[in-house]
Design a protein around this ligand. Structure first.
Ligand SMILES: [Zn+2]
Length: 314
């Protein structure tokens, strides 16, 4: 009992370390006028307050374009304060790459400017945003205080996007979710890939369609091969200057779907699949065991149906 109490006290004091609720956001300059706030490669918890995501901003001649707004109102506000320490130009627009909560629940801090996204992302945030927010309140606690869902107000389409005197390009892709926007800054060669690309962190798959995702990775890798992309900003993990994070994301997805298909063909049940050890190369990958467990839950049922329909189970 005493040990339990001590363990509880240890948890309380760890959580108390975060009670100033300061995300300590420091922008990393990745190219002239382009900055990234690099989050931790962790799961949501009460210490990181959901700061597990990359967000960023571009200082255009007439104002600032924000890419993703983080997991909470507090994050969005602190992001805006950090931007104001870099430039006194006004924020012109915040863009959501996709509808997942760690990328959009800071929208409230930008509700005085247009928030842009692909059309399906607007629908996704409108229908699932509240459930996502409740989940983050559960996992991240008081960091989330006051956070409300704000649905994007501006629909973006694939193609050129001129904002504040800067030429950007919107790529409308999918596979991590039903609608994944990547944003390319023509001027600097920075590509914000959103959660189509994870770097040194296992990918999340709650809305994944793996074949589509792999096709989107091919599109992004072709862009890098074309030479115009100088900096690749993944949705999670360190910023890169080459295609390595695209390849490692593809490698994980190909392994995951291949091993689940094989398990379905062998008729293994979910517990047997969960009990399988991760391949050696993923043992040190942050959050890999947890993402593997979640991905089995997300993806195995659909793969089992496919296997049945294809007559692979005897
Ligand atoms: Zn994410």
């Amino acid at each position: 009992m005493k040990r339990l109490i001590l363990a509880l006290l240890a948890c309380v004091s760890l959580a108390a370390g975060a009670d100033d609720f300061d995300y300590r956001l420091v922008p990393q300059a990745v190219a002239p006028d382009v900055y990234v706030f690099v989050g931790k490669t962790e799961d949501f918890d009460t210490r990181n307050g959901g700061n597990i995501v990359n967000t960023g901003f571009i200082v255009a001649p007439q104002g600032v374009v924000v890419i993703d707004t983080g997991p909470s109102l507090r994050y969005g506000r602190q992001m805006r304060e950090a931007i104001a320490r870099v430039t006194d130009k006004p924020v012109l627009m915040a863009i959501n790459t996709h509808h997942h909560p760690d990328h959009v629940l800071g929208n409230q801090a930008f509700s005085d400017v247009p928030v842009g996204s692909l059309a399906e992302v607007q629908r996704g945030i409108a229908s699932e945003g509240n459930a996502f927010a409740e989940n983050l309140f559960r996992m991240s606690g008081d960091w989330m205080a006051g956070t409300e869902v704000v649905v994007p107000t501006r629909t973006l389409q694939a193609g050129p996007l001129e904002l504040g005197g800067r030429r950007l390009r919107v790529l409308a892709l999918d596979g991590h979710t039903g609608a994944d926007l990547a944003l390319f800054d023509e001027n600097s060669g920075v590509l914000f890939a959103g959660d189509l690309v994870f770097n040194h962190r296992a990918p999340t798959t709650p809305h994944a369609r793996v074949a589509r995702w792999l096709a989107s990775l091919d599109t992004l890798e072709a862009m890098l091969a074309g030479g115009g992309v100088k900096v690749l900003v993944p949705g999670h993990g360190p910023v890169s200057r080459d295609a390595a994070p695209i390849r490692s994301t593809r490698d994980w997805l190909a392994w995951l779907s291949g091993s689940l298909r094989q398990a379905a063909a062998e008729g293994l049940d979910m517990n047997e699949v969960l009990a399988r050890p991760l391949p050696e190369r993923y043992r040190a990958l942050p959050v890999a065991p947890a993402e593997y467990r979640r991905s089995v839950g997300h993806l195995l049922p659909g793969i089992e149906v496919e296997a049945l329909e294809a007559g692979h189970v005897h």
